[in-house]
Design a protein. Sequence first.
Length: 223
Amino acid sequence: MSAFNVALDGPSGSGKSSVADTIAEKYGMEHLDTGAMYRALAWKLDQMKITPESGDALVEALKTIHLDIDHDSVAVNGQDVTRAIREPNVSKLASLYSALPEVREKLVALQQKIASKKGYILDGRDICDVVLPDAEVKIYLDAAPEARAKRRHAQNLEKGIPSDFDEVLQAIIERDRRDTTREVNPLKISKDAEFLDSSNLTFDQTVEAVEQLIRKALSKESA
Ligand code: DC
């Protein structure tokens, strides 16, 4: 197991999760997809009919929800939700509930506990500054909204999901707006992070660029 952690932030659709998976495999690390945790919690709260405005009921509900996550599955109170949380309506729910301080507090604590064992790559929005401020490697992976929409649209068609490019682009722009303007831990580029724009890179080129940044950060660490 690697004795370092990698923090990988960026907007939705920047390819963070697939890149993190590949890097984890190459370096013998564990990948923790923190977005999947927000999705799972949002899915469960919605099932429980707890709205983001529920106040005390939301606080009580959160105490009853237990998440189990590993590199290829997520379960909520023992129920496997790995596929359910990828539905487009859950993307919107996750974006809404992730703006709530109570939700963030619960998940940040869980993420910190998991990563304390080291050897983790966490991808998300607030990893560099909030979840793992002491991570040995910090990267912000960006891509222009159009490039991200193009990838998401192609993925949808590949999976046989009906897709309209303009709708996909609008949904990405709207999610960026919510994720960057929320009051608690908004998505922003950490001043400690290495910035990487993957708009014009293939997946393999992006992985290679991330590997270079890891090597650079680790050589600085050991210098
Ligand atoms: O990465 P994703 O699209 O699966 O994330 C789902 C939502 O969760 C997204 O709207 C932003 C939010 N999120 C967050 O606020 N903080 C994180 N560390 C990860 C995701």
